[in-house]
Design a protein around this ligand. Structure first.
Ligand SMILES: Cc1cc2nc3c(=O)[nH]c(=O)nc-3n(C[C@H](O)[C@H](O)[C@H](O)COP(=O)(O)OP(=O)(O)OC[C@H]3O[C@@H](n4cnc5c(N)ncnc54)[C@H](O)[C@@H]3O)c2cc1C
Length: 379
């Protein structure tokens, strides 16, 4: 593998090919992919690795080949493969179906750590514990500068993969995400989604025989429970008998849950201030469809190809932006819009009970709904 080294300008300043702001899943994948093509890459990440993140930790199979290509050490992980789906609500009826594509389970803690190690191995430079503050586009010199703590970083392109945006927290309904790792006896090839008034919880296995138990709940439910997660769980989650049983029979492995607030499902822009945007920063999908990670990875895969065409002079920067924006819109916009309907449906027990009945009576409809929120494998 060729290691891309940054060039220096007349003032001895390093000019990277790519500066990536945000080293979550999408940013890390893009950094490895670009560095693997021989480009010099710097990643600015405000946190550190490894760390737990709120996520259902179910990765759709569409990303499997790509992940293993950019990070072969993932082959050593004994992750459970998932090919069955179960949906329940407050009613008695439960819907079960096989998944045609399916997925696998891996904790974000391990996944990001392995990707980070791979990125370092292929020569990516990291600024950890550092927040990117300002991006400036110098059209004359055809380069960007990104300011971090006490210095400026220079690059030919800037990518933003900073996840969901805090500044949109006040728009529309907002949700809180809560995650635990637990141990309990369960079928590791099954992913379960259990609706409750105000939200839904998912459970599926990850590595080392652990299961990820994660739920998303309307922020109003937490507010109305004295802002107490425990109180909200008793008041809302326990209305679904299956969730009460999962909580009762689980050994909880964290002292406190990992939480995140201000979740929304807005479509944003793919280019801003010249920076190309990917992952949740471009738009986030409701987790009921279980596919945000694959969307971030797919965008990283395509963006790396398009950026490579720009770096090698095949397309201009304007063409790169257009090509990426069109690709993103075609691939993800309808999935995100559809996921919002599922999100709303899942929050309302009456509607979700009806949906379970309809899906049970008309299985092709359920299969069509699942496949509309997923893409085909990519490399
Ligand atoms: C409750 C819940 C359950 C989910 N379950 C699933 C699931 O089962 N399967 C699935 O595929 N998806 C799931 N998702 C979605 C998935 O978690 C996201 O789509 C995915 O994390 C997006 O990755 P990302 O790299 O775009 O963003 P992130 O993982 O959020 O990474 C963004 C990174 O940018 C950094 N950052 C932010 N601002 C700055 C800055 N100014 N400077 C430097 N660094 C910065 C952050 O520290 C962070 O590390 C779920 C989401 C939620 C909320």
């Amino acid at each position: 593998m060729v290691l891309g080294l940054p060039l220096q300008d007349n003032c001895q300043r390093m000019i990277y090919d790519a500066c990536i702001i945000g080293g979550g899943l999408a940013g890390l994948a893009l950094s490895i992919d670009l560095a693997g093509r021989g480009f010099s890459v710097v990643v600015i990440e405000k946190g550190n690795y490894p760390r737990h993140k709120v996520c259902g930790e179910y990765v759709s199979m569409e990303s499997y080949d790509y992940l293993l290509k950019i990070c072969p050490s993932l082959k050593t992980v004994n992750f459970p493969f998932v090919n069955k789906f179960q949906l329940s609500s407050t009613g008695k009826k439960v819907f079960n179906t096989p998944l045609s594509l399916g997925g696998f389970g891996i904790s974000r803690y391990l996944l990001e750590q392995l990707l980070y190690e791979k990125a370092k191995q292929v020569g990516v430079t990291f600024h950890l514990g550092t927040k990117a503050r300002r991006v400036f586009q110098d059209t004359h010199l055809k380069r960007y500068s990104v300011s971090i703590a006490s210095q400026e970083l220079f690059s030919r392109l800037v990518f933003t993969s900073t996840g969901r945006r805090a500044d949109e927290r006040r728009k529309g309904a907002s949700y809180v995400g809560v995650k635990y790792h637990v141990r309990l006896e369960r079928d590791e090839s099954l992913i379960e989604i259990h609706n409750f008034p105000g939200g839904y919880a998912g459970i599926s296995n990850v590595e080392e025989g652990k299961a990820c138990f994660c739920y998303i709940i309307n922020a109003q439910c937490i507010k109305g429970s004295n802002k107490s997660i425990g109180e909200a769980e008793k008041k809302y989650l326990y209305r679904n008998a299956r969730l009460k049983e999962i909580v009762r029979s689980s050994e909880f492995l964290f002292k406190e849950p990992v939480t995140v607030s201000g979740i929304n499902f807005n479509i944003r822009e793919t280019v801003a201030d010249g920076s190309l945007i990917l992952g949740d920063a471009a738009g986030s999908i409701a987790p009921i469809t279980g596919n945000g990670m694959s969307m971030g990875l797919r965008a990283a895969c395509m963006l790396s190809k398009f950026a490579s065409e720009y770096f090698t002079g095949i397309i201009s920067e304007a063409e790169l932006r257009k090509k990426y924006s069109n690709y993103w819109k075609d691939e993800f916009e309808s999935r995100i819009k559809l996921s919002r309907y599922f999100q709303k449906l899942s929050e309302k027990p009456l509607l979700s009970n009806v949906a379970i009945r309809v899906f049970s009576a008309c299985r092709p409809l359920a299969r069509a709904a699942i496949s509309l929120t997923h893409g085909q494998p990519f490399l």
